[in-house]
Design a binder for this molecule. Structure first.
Ligand code: NAD
Length: 350
């Protein structure tokens, strides 16, 4: 396929303005032709800010008038099904923000719409954005090369501060979701674990409330899974001194790999076998030099403008998938499977 692909963005709130528009603008071969938001002022302001020619409050009107090739959905999860249905009906490729759906009924309906849609050439994917961060893609390449050896254990920690905007705002829509703020966010560690460990079977869920807000039921969560490759688990906290998100540790039979998604450090270590001061000192020096190496690499990539943010990388691959049928790190079937695992956790926390 050649030519310019026309993109319409539905929902002009935080994620659209902070991540989607800046990223779409860097993708060659696309043009954002229209936006839609039920909030007229938000739609108009966003169109003006990003110099997008048309804004709508009704998606039906947008689809009829603009005939986009791609519909990019940036609205809260309870609206995804109806927007996806309309976009498929008009034959668009669709990319949707996570979480796809918060219950099994809607997930099944979306899967059916995808499987039995009229035009089977049309693509669909979910913006599991953290998988597309350059350092995450580098980590996944290490796993394909088996740099860590056989995987024994994977842990992901997602640490948020207690004054985090969405959590601290009692009127935010996330508090109306099953699982509240946790329900809005825990798909992130789940899709990362799925990509690293393969299919996941839920084992244990530990949940607690430690923070001050009376509109929040739970703000601490620890989950463990059986997986195709090693033990897998994640921990989410909304009572941390700062944002550190995600911290990934992979313990392998050959090496350990650690990714700090907040400061972008990707470090591979292989401890020496000794217990003496010299061995421990050597291990520390090696670890420090790896962190310094990762810092230098990140700095060079940023200064030479080679750094791509995760949504940019995701959109680039999605467009490439449309044009050239190349693979995405998560194919559509896996994206649905991940949502089902997410629902199994959600059931235990809501
Ligand atoms: N991938 C990520 O890292 C990431 C980050 C933040 C949010 N998200 C996800 O993105 C989605 C949007 O989150 P947000 O933080 O931007 O929310 P938001 O509340 O800031 O923005 C949502 C916008 O959608 C509009 N809207 C609601 N229903 C609509 C409808 N039926 N048609 C058109 N517009 C409608 C609202 O008026 C609002 O302007 C959620 O699913 C959220 O979980 C993903």
């Amino acid at each position: 396929m050649s030519g310019i692909l026309k993109v319409a963005v539905i929902g002009t709130g935080a994620v659209a303005n902070d991540a989607h528009f800046p990223s779409w603008r860097k993708i060659p071969g696309i043009s954002i032709i229209a936006v839609c938001d039920v909030n007229k002022i938000a739609a108009e302001n966003t169109a003006r800010r990003w110099q997008i020619p048309h804004s709508y409050t009704d998606i039906n009107e947008l689809l009829k008038a603009e005939k986009p090739d791609i519909v990019d959905i940036c609205t809260p999860p309870n609206t995804h099904l109806s927007i996806i249905e309309k976009a498929f009906e008009t034959g668009c490729h669709v990319t949707c923000e996570k979480p796809l759906a918060m219950n099994l009924e809607e997930t099944c309906k979306i899967e059916d719409l995808y499987k039995f849609r009229a035009n089977k050439a049309n693509k669909f994917n979910i913006s599991y954005s953290m998988l597309y961060h350059p350092q995450m893609l580098a980590l996944l390449r290490k796993l394909v090369r088996k740099d860590a050896g056989e995987i024994l254990n994977v842990d992901i920690r997602c640490l948020h501060p207690v004054d985090e905007e969405m959590l601290a705002n009692p009127k935010h829509w996330c508090h109306t979701l099953p699982g509240g703020r946790l329900g809005e966010t825990i798909i992130h560690p789940i899709y990362m674990l799925y990509k690293i460990c393969g299919n996941l079977q839920l084992k244990d869920v530990y949940i607690a409330k430690r923070g001050p807000y009376n509109w929040v039921n739970y703000d601490e969560l620890r989950v463990t899974f059986d997986s195709e490759r090693g033990f897998a688990g994640f921990y989410v906290s909304f009572n941390s001194p700062g944002l550190e998100y995600p911290l990934i540790t992979i313990d392998g039979m050959k090496r350990h790999i650690m990714l700090n998604g907040h400061n972008h450090n990707l470090v591979e270590t292989c401890p020496t076998r000794g217990y003496g001061i010299f061995s421990r000192g050597t291990d520390s020096l090696i670890q420090m030099s790896k962190i310094a190496g990762s810092l230098i690499q990140n700095t060079v990539r940023t200064l030479t403008l080679r750094h791509k943010n995760s949504h940019q990388q995701y959109f680039e691959l999605f467009v490439d998938n449309i044009k050239n049928n190349n693979d995405m790190p998560v194919n559509t079937e896996d994206a649905f499977a991940i949502n089902r695992i997410f629902l199994s956790v959600l059931e235990r926390i809501s």
